[in-house]
Design a protein around this ligand. Sequence first.
Ligand SMILES: [Zn+2]
Ligand SMILES: [Zn+2]
Length: 347
Amino acid sequence: MRAVVFDHYATLAEIRDVPDPRPAPHGVVVRVEATGLCRSDWHGWTGHLQGITLPHVPGHELVGVVEESGAAVTAWHPGDRVTVPFVCACGGCPSCVAGDQQVCERQTQPGFTHWGSFAQYVALDHADVNLVAVPDGMSYTTAASLGCRFATAFRAVVQQGRVAAGEWVAVYGCGGVGLSAVMIAAASGARVVAVDVSPQALDLARRFGAAHGVDATDTADPAAAVRELTSGGAHLSLDALGSPAAAAASVNSLRRRGRHVQVGLLPSPDGNTAVPLARAIALELELLGSHGMAAHAYPAMLGLVRAGVLRPDLLVTSTIALDAAPAALAAMGGARAAGVTVIEPWA
Ligand SMILES: [Zn+2]
Ligand SMILES: [Zn+2]
């Protein structure tokens, strides 16, 4: 099969012919029809993340068709249209037994712990636990956004963030996950303030329901701007970018008893990020993390997509062939194009 492979971190990946993957007894191999380009892929490519073994194939926001299933798989068969959370759970650890597969103790992640979906085929573990059927009529391009950014945003806003109609929600970072969060919060009846450094990203955020956009290049203190626009602070604020400055600003954007949800990854040499914890005490803030979403939680989200309440298809602004993926991956670190790019490995 053809795949995007890199031998060294932060060095342009190559398109290469590599052996087709084989399924584990509990796993499947999926023929990849579309796969999203995510900032986490860029973090992995730069060497910022632990757990990657070189040479490596990135890619974790995938949709496709089951090509081959292992002998122990009971629920899925060749020809099934499927997607998968980026956290593939083991199904047997205490967290999985409790229903919290998104924090599985023995999780695998395609594109991180093993070769991912910037390829024509990808192997996925524990298929009966992790695969999600793609609804009839949903295009592969649309479904490619569900495995990471959209599901991650849905859990962050709805489940961890407990958004309620009429609340103010601040979203820092209007890339794929941030724009998804804007759309989901607005569809939940919240009033959204989007924060980004890109006017194009803020335009998209307004299109997806944001009441206000704050250009972080225009103000020395975006959190103060959010507090001003929300008459005292957001009820819920998300760092959907993943930077120490955005995380701190998100916490500083909250009103009393507000909730901060950290969604963007925060790699750092010592694993630590400074946050204004004193403010969390005085204002009784809640500081929450959010890590993907378990496969069993997808139906509620998919129902809203099928009903047209949520429109992940509108987030996709470009589709590219596999040949264009290495350069697109390298470009994720620079000035971001607004919206979401989807790779079609067979195009
Ligand atoms: Zn992702
Ligand atoms: Zn587990």
